[in-house]
Design a protein around this ligand. Structure first.
Ligand SMILES: *Cc1c(COP(=O)(O)O)cnc(C)c1O
Length: 410
């Protein structure tokens, strides 16, 4: 009998009891809007911002409606001009180029290395040939590039760095929290990220002018003094009439759900490390399957797992995906011709007029991706690894399969 996995790849943990209680208290008093406070009350949203600033060591923090909103807000706050190019990773998720476009910018994609991070040589070429002031650095799937080298390079090239930390909340590079290298960092609290309020986002920065603009942009009206994690009111005085309101606020219900999750983030990161190590262990030395190397300096969050099947044809990868799916293991593939569910690729984002990137194409055409929800146990991960390993060996070493319909995985 072939082993089969019966668990769900999309089932998150429940909201901590403290979060459920705090959310019910908000529902009972009815003050859901972040500026709707009783005398002397600091709203759940304002407290959440203070707590996340404390966790990351940032001077300022703003909670907003989504990660995509946070990125667009950061670019606007930095003065992005209409049609201005913004350099960004080719290997990223659709909300990243989408946020750049929505803010009036033009995404320009940078090649991808074998360890799924930014290609520095291509970044340098593009920075020299494109009149760009901004790098939107996406730590896609939690893979962090050499941040010390990158920041030195960006300083030399005169690039301001905005970090997309959707997959690196709780991660670090050489002991520095992910999000603390660039001028500003953006996080997502969408259900599949590291804390879950359905939707949500954060910006953090030490730059007072930038953050005051972000607060105004997010829709603070003239209530910015109700932001204990924002710059002092005098910073707002100078810019408050120059900054449009582009509403994208966080609300107290979601903040109430998030606060107890921020408190257990470090614990979650440790659990994910164990699950990731278990998968890596079970898949190491599998013929035909290449694991992604992780840098010594990187403390990553194992909320997803990637590997490559170098040299495999599309038909063979299709047969492998069908084989694992039949045994209950849902894998995603970055090489499909058309975008499927959450998974799309830079050359599918036609509005951005992408130019072909041969290195990225080669990497993504054989890149497999898997969610690792915290509801998985170590035994689950060991079983999943055995199934992937056995299917990789069966399909990888078998005859070339006929091209088959790809299974559709959400
Ligand atoms: C989820 C995600 C975002 C932000 O997404 P929202 O759904 O807008 O919160 C940004 N970048 C990456 C890489 C993501 O996966």
């Amino acid at each position: 009998m072939l082993e089969r996995f019966g668990g769900s790849f999309t089932q998150q943990e429940p909201i901590p009891e403290a979060g459920i209680e705090a959310a019910i208290a908000v529902l009972r008093h009815g003050r859901l809007h972040r500026y709707n406070t009783a005398p002397g009350e600091t709203s759940q949203t304002a407290r959440l911002e203070q707590e996340f600033a404390g966790l990351t060591g940032a001077k300022y923090c703003l909670a907003v409606a989504s990660g995509g909103y946070a990125m667009g807000c950061a670019l606007r706050a930095m003065g992005l001009r209409q049609g201005e190019p913004v350099l960004t990773n080719a290997f990223t998720l659709a909300p990243v180029p989408g946020a750049i476009s929505a803010a009036g910018g033009r995404p320009v994609f940078i090649e991808t290395t074998e360890d799924l991070t930014l290609d520095f040589a291509h970044l340098e070429d593009l920075a020299k040939s494109t009149p760009s002031r901004f790098l939107m650095l996406s730590h896609m799937r939690g893979h962090i590039c050499d941040m010390d080298r990158l920041m030195a390079l960006c300083d030399r090239l005169g690039l301001l760095v905005i970090e997309d930390c959707a997959h690196t909340m709780g991660a670090s590079w050489n002991g520095v929290s992910s999000g603390r290298h660039g001028r500003v960092a953006c996080y997502s609290m969408q259900t599949y990220k590291h804390v879950n309020s359905g939707e949500g986002g954060f910006l953090i920065s030490d730059d007072a002018d930038l953050m005051a603009r972000a607060v105004l942009l997010s829709g603070s009206y003239m209530l910015y003094a109700k932001h204990p994690a924002a710059p002092p009111p005098e910073v707002f005085e100078q810019i408050k009439l120059d900054t449009p309101n582009v509403s994208g606020r966080m609300d107290n219900l979601r903040a109430a759900i998030l606060r107890p999750q921020i408190a257990v983030l470090a614990e979650r990161v440790r659990t994910w490390a164990g699950l990731y190590a278990c998968l890596e262990d079970g898949l190491s030395h599998t013929p035909g399957l290449q694991l992604i190397e992780r840098a010594q300096s990187e403390v990553f969050v194992g909320s997803s797992f990637q590997f490559r099947l170098p040299g495999w044809s599309k038909a063979r990868i299709g047969a492998f995906l069908a084989g694992t799916l039949a045994r209950g293991v849902e894998l995603k593939w970055f090489g499909a011709d058309a975008p499927v569910a959450f998974t799309s690729r830079y050359d599918h984002w036609r509005y951005a007029e992408p130019v072909p990137l041969p290195k990225t194409d080669e990497i993504l055409s054989t890149l497999i991706d898997m969610r690792v929800p915290l509801t998985f146990s170590l035994d689950d991960c060991a079983l999943i690894a055995r199934i992937i390993r056995s299917e990789a060996m069966r399909v990888g070493q078998g005859p070339e399969p006929e091209a088959a319909e790809l299974p559709v995985i959400q």
